[in-house]
Design a protein around this ligand. Sequence first.
Ligand code: SF4
Length: 375
Amino acid sequence: MSGIYIHIPFCKKACHYCNFHFSTQIEHINDFVDALVKEVSLQKKYLSQPVQTLYFGGGTPSLLTDAQLHKIITAIQVNFSLSPNIELTLEANPDDINFEKTKMWHDHGINRLSIGIQSFQEDALNWMNRAHTTIQSHQSIENAKKAGIDNLSIDLIYGTPHLSKEALLNDIEMLHHYQIPHVSCYALTVEEKTALYHLIKDKKIEDVDANKQAEHFEILVEQLGKIGYEHYEISNFAKPGHQSKHNSNYWKGIPYLGLGPSAHSYNIESRQWNIANNHLYIQNINKGTVPFEVENLETPTRFNEYIMISLRLLEGVNFQVIEDRFGAAYLAHTINIKDQLNNLGQLQNTQKGFCIAKEARFLADGIASEFFITD
Ligand code: SF4
């Protein structure tokens, strides 16, 4: 099995915290779609297995018109073998979602919608410079359901200065109210080169507080658990049977092809990423070349990635997998570090290996780095 990710690099408005590749020059979207369709055909040999998941991310894929989406999906169908029960996800912003558009997505075979709600609180949305309002958030969920797309995922951002504990509980209550099957929760991180970084540095807006983020994370884990969500990955919670297949396949190391500017591809032996520049991307593709860089994945890199990903997952690290994929020396190294960290109460044993202890999940990335091998 394999997956395809398509990056739609356009947004109506720049959110202050955003570190993804996008442009607000929406007038170039047609030229981009034409180039993307050419890239689909140039990359058709990258995957050797049927495609089980197709994911439109961005940027803002919900900006695509009926004709543009049709062109892209047709190109994918012509050039790849698609699994009959494919998971077809589209990321959408609430201000783009109306009944007609959702119906159009449903007709194109989109069977999972990931809605960038981020918060049901107006002041939190303003602080982030989101393009939508809370009313649009509610309407977007209702419209998606009305059009027949029940398999919804909602993104929430926590730990922002205006988000009180009560407001976060209210956001969680909304998930319950709408019976949303999947939720991705992200602590707001302040990345350099974002507008947010400069606004905070210039003391124009309030900074984020790491303690508050840790407290919000605990509330999310506890409250979402109480209403039936399984915490299957550090940032992801799902009702039974509703885990994201696309992301789960990334975490299992299944090959995927990324199309569009800045999109990454992975085929076990190497990782490659397209140029993060819309103009140069279109120019190169029109000349018949995909502009990308590639990194061959040596054993230490693959091991570090395995540890990083596994410690973010509920099922954790599997000793047998380490021995089979990386050998006895890597297994000995893993057990040695695990024994040291066990004494700090950061890990817990599982039947097949170990995972992060519940209380230490917020620290997963830092704990993973203790296992890294650098050469
Ligand atoms: S809509 Fe998404 S991709 Fe676009 S600026 Fe906002 S966070 Fe970034």
